[in-house]
Design a binder for this molecule. Sequence first.
Ligand code: CA
Length: 224
Amino acid sequence: MRLAVVEDDEGFGDALVTALRMKDYQADHFRRGSDLLLHHQRFDAVILDLGLPDMDGLDVLRKLREVSVVPVLILTARAGERAVIRGLRAGADDYLTKPPRVGELVARIESITRRTRRPTVPVETVIVTGDVRVDLTSRRVQVGGVPIVLTNKEFELVRVLVERPGAAVSRQQLMDQVWGDAFAAVSRALDVHMAALRAKLGRPRLITTIRGYGYRWEVEAKRE
Ligand code: CA
């Protein structure tokens, strides 16, 4: 995993990069927020200081969020609930105050990258299978020309499945991408939401259960 460390304090930044490299991360050190905005595409996650010489870290983050969903952990001396809330509202995925415990920092980085990791963006944003039409951009699903109302979780299940049409998707993949945790106690929740989704779709053969593994969104609509 490639990490960008944005930190203007040379000593602290160098020590942090060294500690991360000892944990087998690739870490690059930037001193200015504008450097991150130029190079963010190369990284899987960002550790962002707020007090930076060229612009405030929150402004860096807002700009970054216009173009990128890369996971960002704010690491700052600014403590207190209000500062944390501002950081999260500006688009941070997590927030730690200095000095960090490296083990905790690494665990948090792993957590936010797990939650935000996404498969490659599908080329198609509208997927039509038989009379079922899924529009990923507007998050709308129609069956037989009639819009159906899905909960957020139900739609996310659809999204993950149709991003790999015809391919088997494991329960872990679904739980990881919809709930952010492949191995927590959401297995039952997956069953419940899948049952509700199938009932709403009303097309029993559209989503095939692969016993002991997961599910598959069928490419060819079978006759119901
Ligand atoms: Ca600073």
